[in-house]
Design a protein around this ligand. Structure first.
Ligand SMILES: Nc1ncnc2c1ncn2[C@@H]1O[C@H](COP(=O)(O)OP(=O)(O)O)[C@@H](O)[C@H]1O
Ligand SMILES: O=C(O)C1=C[C@@H](OP(=O)(O)O)[C@@H](O)[C@H](O)C1
Ligand SMILES: [Mg+2]
Length: 179
């Protein structure tokens, strides 16, 4: 299957988990942008945020996304939650990946999944649920702009979500003429 698909959404929406399982199911290469960034940066994202600040992280994220997007061939790319913040990234996602999925969930669902997770720098604050609500409000339109499809992830299991995305990809495959 000549699939180029990317996943966007807030922290905890399942981009990394769904992306990894989806790639395994479809036998496609899998790239997690955050994991690649950690390899390139030589530190955890949380540590990089603390030492170099968010703007520097965004510069590195934008550069790596552009580099990966320019590489041809089938891939499942899981982005980081803030990859859509820059307009250039939203444009790159939409134009370089045939199917971009916005994995959407309520802040309450996300918080249930992340409340014991200390690796998300933006949520190491006094009121993480409030922060998730702010992020949701600010970013929901940006995820919609970057994505071709919106999938509600609050109720479905990871397994069901992988099925849903696979079916969508299969349908696109059937209706898109191959070059
Ligand atoms: N649909 C889902 N139902 C239940 N738990 C989920 C679901 N999607 C993800 N999770 C769990 O939520 C946590 C965060 O998922 P992750 O893939 O790291 O999200 P993201 O990469 O979008 O930040 C993980 O523990 C994962 O197993
Ligand atoms: O939402 C964000 O701005 C971020 C989300 C993180 O990825 P996840 O969405 O996988 O947590 C990671 O890229 C970084 O901590 C910034
Ligand atoms: Mg992730």
């Amino acid at each position: 299957m000549q699939t180029r698909c990317a996943l966007v959404g807030l922290p905890g929406s399942g981009k990394t988990t769904v992306g990894r399982h989806l790639a395994r199911r479809l036998e496609l290469p899998f790239i997690d942008l955050d994991q690649r960034l950690e390899d390139v940066l030589g530190s955890s994202i949380r540590q990089y945020f603390e030492e170099c600040g968010e703007e520097s992280f965004r510069d590195r994220e934008q550069a790596l996304l552009a580099e990966l997007a320019a590489q041809p061939g089938p891939v499942v790319l899981s982005t980081g939650g803030g990859a859509v913040l820059r307009a250039a990234n939203r444009a790159v996602l939409r134009s370089s990946f045939a199917q971009v999925f916005y994995l959407r969930a309520t802040p309450e669902d996300l918080w249930r999944r992340l409340r014991h997770d200390r690796t998300r720098p933006l949520l190491q604050v006094h009121d993480p649920l409030g922060r998730l609500r702010e992020l949701h409000q600010a970013r929901d339109p940006l995820y919609r702009e970057a994505a071709h499809f919106v999938i509600e992830t609050g109720r479905p299991s990871v397994h069901t979500l992988v099925n849903m995305v696979s079916m969508q990809l299969e349908m696109a495959q059937r209706t898109t003429p191959q070059s």
